[in-house]
Design a protein around this ligand. Structure first.
Ligand SMILES: Nc1ncnc2c1ncn2[C@@H]1O[C@H](COP(=O)(O)OP(=O)(O)OP(=O)(O)O)[C@@H](O)[C@H]1O
Ligand SMILES: [Mg+2]
Length: 487
């Protein structure tokens, strides 16, 4: 009313109408997805795949990523699928909706915002005698426009700076230094040396985890020699340093002091990628990737991921093929898929139909812990079948397996022993320890004793004590507690 009154000499109601045209258009066009009650679910499998591949660079998969040399595979797959998505997605309704409220709308909105000023200016030219109110309006509008323009220049400059710094980060990725310095010797150095398997020498190795606040080291002055092709079993109480030895052998960390030699060469001298190609580790820390079960197995040997026969063979060896075939989607089953379902403005009432819809969309298939271990075991066999592996480290992966599964796993691993050095970490003293070339018994981060099963039993020390606890559990009428008391 005030505007109509004040501008009555220069058009009154028309001027007022033009003033509200911009907010009116905004109100009309703001019927976008964010004001609807809806559930959004990405259906396109390629989009799921892009998200899954992105997630593989997170901390959760770091160990699997490094051990499996997955960098090249993930990047090339990511490039393939994201390019495909970009090329074919231009007509997606979601994008259309975004486009409707983008550049052309902005221009229209700007023009409408300027209309009152234009109207006043024209009036002032046509009727100079009635100029007073118009000139004030023009001045006001001009000062506002100047302020807005200046704001937007500053905003653009800031966002330009931010974009530039992101770009700079992108280009400096290649110069980010690895925490573990890469060597430049290739592995194996000479085929004759590694033919029987990888040889290790640990000389006075001590190790504390980076950032660890513990007063004692995880490993203290450990010296150890593992001959090519040897079958070594490491036993010992919880926290005695068994897994830490495996991590140092696989060069996930460097020793804090002391030396680790591989085939008589310092482990740091080798190129990490080549060394890890020759190492297969199978631990409880491995995770299943949010990709198909087929790919989960195939990634044991990324270069041959499209070789279906090889993947099926590895699935058989790892004991996973039987249960995978029983799944509705078989080898195409994706466990732990990315959750790409969102709700917008859905009321909190749990009986709302969209809540049920969401639950149905989020329902994922799951398998048991032992079955997961079998898939990871199959991935290890896929790597073993590459023919490049010279060292196999197995760190208690079998606790989730049933006795038959465990027996078959160890049996199949040992059957492929030729040309490989094998180190097993286990709490269960079975046929493994009896067939080991060397048993290492750890205590408080140091080697308490080492030797063959017979030698260590003869010593009557830590190993004999641990062995007796398990052996007596079976010989004393199945009462493990009686055996413990005796021990
Ligand atoms: N990531 C870590 N950061 C800090 N300390 C760690 C880390 N991992 C292990 N430790 C510590 O290092 C020591 C040795 O651990 P390690 O995992 O080697 O034991 P382990 O013999 O494998 O035990 P378990 O039988 O329980 O598997 C323990 O005291 C443990 O608390
Ligand atoms: Mg351990």
């Amino acid at each position: 009313m005030l505007i109509v009154h004040a501008s009555r000499t220069s058009g009154g109601p028309i001027f007022a109408l033009l003033c509200i045209s911009k907010p009116f258009l905004h109100a009309l066009s703001s019927r976008n997805i964010w004001s609807q009650v809806c559930v959004i679910n990405a259906k396109d499998p390629r989009y799921h795949r892009v998200k899954a591949l992105e997630s593989l660079s997170g901390n959760r998969f770091k160990q699997d990523y490094i051990n499996g040399n997955l960098g090249d595979y993930i990047l090339s797959e990511y490039e393939k699928v994201s390019e495909d998505l970009r090329d074919t997605c231009t007509d997606h309704p979601w994008l259309q909706m975004e486009r409707r409220s983008s550049p052309s709308f902005d221009v229209l909105s700007e023009v409408l915002g300027d209309l009152p000023m234009v109207y006043c200016a024209i009036n002032a030219i046509l009727n100079p005698s009635k100029f007073s109110i118009a000139s004030i309006a023009v001045l006001q509008q001009s000062s506002m426009t100047l302020r807005h323009s200046f704001d937007s220049i500053l905003y653009d400059a800031k966002s330009f700076r931010q974009q530039m710094s992101k770009l700079k980060n992108l280009y400096t990725i290649s110069s980010v230094k690895n925490k573990l310095q890469d060597g430049d010797s290739s592995y194996p150095q000479s085929n004759s040396m590694s033919e029987a398997g990888m040889a290790f020498d640990l000389k006075n190795v001590s190790f504390a985890y980076p950032g660890s606040k513990k007063k004692t080291n995880a490993l203290n002055d450990v010296s150890l020699s593992i001959k090519p092709g040897a079958l070594v079993v490491i036993v010992g109480a919880n926290g005695s340093g068994k897994s830490t030895i495996i991590k140092l052998l696989a060069r996930l960390y460097d020793a804090t002091s002391g030396k680790i030699l591989v085939d008589n060469t310092p482990i740091q001298d080798f190129r990490g990628v080549e060394l890890r190609q020759a190492m297969a580790t199978f631990t409880q820390d491995h995770h299943l990737f949010p990709l198909s079960l087929y790919e989960n197995i195939a990634l044991g040997y990324p270069e041959c991921s499209s070789n279906m026969d090889l993947v099926l063979k590895a699935a058989e060896q790892g004991g996973s093929s039987e249960f995978i075939k029983k799944l509705k989607d078989g080898f195409d089953t994706i466990l732990d898929p990315q959750n790409l379902t969102y709700n917008i403005n859905v009321p909190s009432d749990p009986d709302h139909p969209l809540h049920k819809k969401m639950e149905a969309l989020e329902k994922n298939i799951d398998i048991s812990g032992g079955e997961r271990q079998r898939v990871v075991a199959s991935r290890t066999f896929m790597q073993l079948n590459s023919g490049k592996v010279k060292f196999v480290a197995v760190d208690e992966p079998s606790s989730a397996l049933d006795p038959e599964g465990e027996f078959q796993l160890f049996d199949r691993l040992i059957a492929g022993r030729a040309g490989k050095t094998m180190v097993f970490v286990t709490h269960r003293f079975g046929h493994l320890t009896r067939h080991a070339d060397t048993i290492i018994c750890m205590k408080d981060g140091a080697i308490a004793e080492s030797g063959t099963h017979g030698e260590l039993l003869g010593m009557g020390g830590e190993y004999a004590k641990l062995y007796k606890i398990q052996a007596d559990a079976f010989s004393s009428g199945g009462d493990p507690y009686k055996a413990t008391k005796d021990a």
